[in-house]
Design a protein. Structure first.
Length: 91
């Protein structure tokens, strides 16, 4: 996330959400598919790295979308709601 976020954040601001989020979703899906067939520790670590890149990029973008869609005084409510639902969704 430290490597990809500065570049993808700029691209997100310049080109929009779809241009950045769809490839991140694909990277995340590829990582999950690779995880499902991993049989060696190295393949498992590679899958974990790919999942981390995809998922680590998606989370800030989704939060950014949720905050920018509310009125200026309700940013804290949007952030709290986002993370509450995020915590509920994770098992």
């Amino acid at each position: 996330m430290l490597v990809t976020r500065p570049y993808l954040g700029r691209l997100f601001d310049l080109r929009g959400a779809k241009i950045v989020m769809l490839p991140c979703l694909m990277i995340f899906a590829i990582g999950l598919a690779l995880l499902s067939v991993s049989t060696t520790p190295w393949l498992f670590l590679l899958a974990a790295s790919i999942i981390g890149i995809g998922y680590g990029s998606l989370l800030p973008f989704l939060l950014s979308l949720s905050v920018e869609r509310v009125a200026m005084g309700r940013n804290s409510h949007a952030t709290a709601t986002f993370f509450t639902l995020y915590d509920v969704a994770l098992p």
